[in-house]
Design a binder for this molecule. Structure first.
Ligand code: NDP
Ligand code: 14Q
Length: 201
């Protein structure tokens, strides 16, 4: 068989504006059911039913996912830690690597991967953004609070979005394979929107 093109690489993250806070105490600063469902659908769905997606994450994010939910099902889970001495295929769903570069190389060696999603946390996002030429899409769930409520956070994105531009809802739908994208979703004291960013040409 002929070799396929490399999978596209997307960062997916939920962040509270304007600080772009994403974490607190090794976990998420909120519990947003619909956001979690969106994350699950977008990172799991493939157009080609013979393929699956890969999710790449830092060791701390891996440990933050409750045991019974990891590895994230129906996806190849790639975990990055400096303490792994070499790439290790743990089983068909889990691969351990010790660098950002190797995380991409190891996925590109696999057959039948449709998309790559970088799922966190802050250190991993920031490294991929400094290696920006590899990232095709930013899927940012932009969260706001009703009355600028004080939300405890200790982990923040340092994204410079200057060279990126927000894309249309139409493009967001086509990239995510979602037929409808709900807007201004309200859950608890939060209001949020799904957004797609791509590099300025
Ligand atoms: P990360 O998940 O980014 O993991 C950091 C670890 O990854 C490091 O300690 C190291 O592991 C490994 N690592 C990072 N960079 C490299 C590299 N270049 N080469 C090799 N290994 C590397 O942790 P953060 O603390 O930055 O973020 C976690 C926080 O983010 C949590 O609060 C989590 O809940 C939140 N989060 C929020 C999301 C959201 O969408 N709101 C999404 C995902 C996470 P080691 O120490 O083992 O060497
Ligand atoms: C779902 C949160 C999220 N949203 C977006 N838009 N992008 C992301 N990268 C993430 C994320 C993440 C990592 C993460 C997943 C952290 C976590 O910390 C406690 C838990 C999960 C998680 C929890 C689940 O319960 C049921 O299925 C789950 C899937 C992931």
């Amino acid at each position: 068989m002929t070799k396929q093109l490399s999978p596209s690489i997307s960062i997916i993250v939920a962040a509270l504006k304007p600080s772009y806070g994403i974490g607190y105490n090794g976990t998420l600063p909120w519990r947003l059911k619909k956001e979690m469902a969106f994350f699950k659908r977008v990172t799991s769905n493939t157009i080609n039913s013979n393929k699956r997606n890969a999710v790449i994450m830092g060791r701390k994010t891996w440990e933050s996912i409750p045991n019974k939910f990891r590895p994230l099902p129906n996806r190849l889970n790639v975990i990055i830690s400096r303490s792994y001495d070499k790439t290790k295929i743990v089983d068909e769903n889990i691969i351990q690597v010790n660098s950002i570069e190797e995380s991409i190389n190891v996925v590109n060696k696999q057959d039948n991967i449709e998309n790559i999603f970088i799922i966190g946390g802050a250190e991993i996002y920031n490294s991929f953004m400094n290696n920006a030429d590899v990232v095709d899409n930013l899927l940012i769930t932009e969260i706001e609070t009703e009355n600028d409520e004080n939300i405890e956070m200790d982990t923040f994105l340092k994204f410079d979005l200057n060279n990126w531009e927000k894309q249309s809802q139409k493009k967001l739908k086509s990239i995510t394979n979602e037929e409808n994208i709900e807007e201004n979703i309200k859950e608890a004291k939060f209001i949020y929107n799904y957004t797609l960013w791509q590099k300025k040409k």
